[in-house]
Design a protein around this ligand. Structure first.
Ligand SMILES: Cc1cc2nc3c(=O)[nH]c(=O)nc-3n(C[C@H](O)[C@H](O)[C@H](O)COP(=O)(O)OP(=O)(O)OC[C@H]3O[C@@H](n4cnc5c(N)ncnc54)[C@H](O)[C@@H]3O)c2cc1C
Length: 451
């Protein structure tokens, strides 16, 4: 039975995110007629994909990138042992990305058959289903029963306390979320992280029923496949976008400083991290709002080891590790099992450990962190020889924390932009979509009305 949402009990931080994640006034539909140029600051994947969508519609653009290369976090490095991805190792497919990839003349690299197995660690073991039969039955009963939450679900913790059994939350949802959003359930916003579920949850007493019958929910969840990459890694996508946009990119240019000198009717889009975009707004309260966006310090370390030195390894996509297992690592990607060509020789394994750069590691140097993570691979996968090659990447400002506070900040930022800075927009991995797929969909949707 449907329950009508009551706006009084739904404070602003629970409002569903906008249909696309460009903050500020929608891009003008008559950009062709007005002959305005769109100035995009930041050549990370968000800026590149937005520039691509506008360029495809023959809108004049200039993309400013502060460094000598575009791609931002996305970069694929070659090593004598195989390739090493910076940040994303793949992307989830969707109609919008499929169209862009085909138009760029690229072909997806499909995952290997071994990619389908995903593990959760329980009692130190890699398990495909970490729950026992009685725990599964308990979890299913709890989920299937109709619910009428007495308070709004602000965090994912509120969601799991209502709909899931404690063991399912601990063993399944929390490790998955820690692996993706790098934060515990109590710090993540239900509406921002699971927006499609958050949209239907207040309207139905039974969530599984809603997931089956709500056509809007089913339409939004439709994908065109799972995780994919490109031969040569994610850099191939960056390179193809760069080739397409080359004539419009200004390298080694601080775009924020440049925006003061452009025609007043031109459009400005800041695709830089929130703390960087804050600089543009000087003393305006928007600067303060943007500085409130929190980023999680993160570590990712890629290890190349000989396969025979992994005594307890199981082929698969990777594993996530619940907090009660007492590892620093949140998840491990088994790169050589996900895509072909990730290792230089067939007897090698490539493993990427993702972790928070927390109080326990922030004071450690690179070698000590690699030692710590190597010890965890020994414990987890039975690694019994030192890695052949390892590379650590530290993200002081890692991924943005998709917290209830951010869910409250985004509408405020958008409203202030519309009111005081009508020709400035913000776009990036903190504006509502963290993944490449989400940002790719947003870039397409934010430009589709332009004539
Ligand atoms: C460890 C890790 C793993 C991840 N794995 C995945 C995954 O598997 N799949 C997935 O979809 N996503 C993944 N992500 C998330 C995804 O990689 C990021 O959200 C995305 O790359 C961020 O892109 P962006 O354009 O928002 O920002 P950035 O990559 O930070 O780009 C910002 C750009 O702006 C430029 N810039 C900054 N200031 C200025 C200025 N003043 N003027 C001009 N230019 C400026 C910077 O040089 C940079 O090029 C992962 C993230 C991390 C940290």
């Amino acid at each position: 039975m449907a329950i009508l949402p009551n706006p009084l009990v739904y404070p602003i931080y629970l409002m569903p995110p906008p249909a696309h994640s460009l903050l500020g006034t929608a891009l003008p539909a008559d950009l062709h007629r007005s002959r305005a140029t769109v100035h995009i600051v930041g050549g990370g994947i968000s800026g590149l994909m937005l520039a691509y969508q506008l360029h495809r519609r023959s809108i004049p653009i200039i993309l400013y990138e502060r460094s000598e290369r575009v791609g931002g976090w996305l970069s694929t490095r070659q090593s004598p042992y195989g390739i090493i991805e910076g940040a994303a190792n793949g992307l989830m497919r969707c109609i919008e990305l499929d169209a862009m990839v085909a138009d760029l003349g690229l072909a997806y690299q499909m995952p290997l058959a071994t990619n389908t197995k995903r593990y959760v660690v329980r009692g130190g073991q890699l398990r495909r289903m970490p729950l026992g039969i009685s725990e599964i039955l308990q979890a299913a009963a709890r989920f299937l029963l109709p619910h009428r939450p007495t308070k709004p679900l602000a965090t994912l913790r509120d969601f799991v306390d209502t709909y899931l059994s404690p063991v399912a939350a601990l063993q399944l949802l929390e490790p998955a979320m820690l692996g993706i959003d790098a934060a515990p359930l109590s710090e993540l916003s239900f509406s921002l992280v699971l927006p499609d579920l958050a949209r239907i949850q207040p309207r139905y007493a039974s969530l599984p029923w809603a997931m089956l019958v709500d056509s809007d929910y089913r339409r939004r969840r439709r994908t065109t496949g799972g995780t994919v990459s490109f031969a040569g890694g994610m850099q191939s996508l960056v390179d193809a976008l760069e080739r397409r946009l080359q004539a419009h990119i200004r390298y080694n240019t601080d775009g924020i400083n440049n925006l003061d000198n452009i025609a007043p009717h031109d459009v400005r889009v800041l695709c830089t991290p929130a703390y960087e975009s804050a600089r543009f707004f000087g003393q305006h309260p928007l600067a303060d709002l943007l500085r409130q966006v929190r980023y999680i310090p993160m570590l990712s370390a890629t290890f190349f080891v000989s396969q025979e030195t992994l005594k307890r390894f199981k082929a698969g996509f990777g594993c996530v590790i619940p907090r009660n297992e007492n590892y620093h690592t949140l998840g491990v990607l088994f790169n050589h099992c996900i895509f072909e060509g990730r290792v230089a020789q067939p007897n090698l394994a490539s493993l990427t450990c993702i972790a928070q750069d927390s109080a326990a590691t922030q004071h450690l140097d690179e070698a000590s962190i690699l030692d710590l993570l190597t010890n965890e691979l020994e414990r987890l996968l039975g690694l019994d020889a030192p890695p052949l090659y390892s590379v650590l990447r530290r993200y002081h400002h890692g991924i943005p924390l998709y917290s209830p506070e951010l869910n409250g900040l985004l509408p405020q930022i958008s409203a202030q932009l519309q009111r005081d800075w009508a020709n400035v927009r913000l776009f990036g991995n903190y504006t509502g979509q963290i993944s490449i797929r989400g940002m790719g969909q947003s870039a397409a949707r934010a430009t589709e009305h332009i004539g």
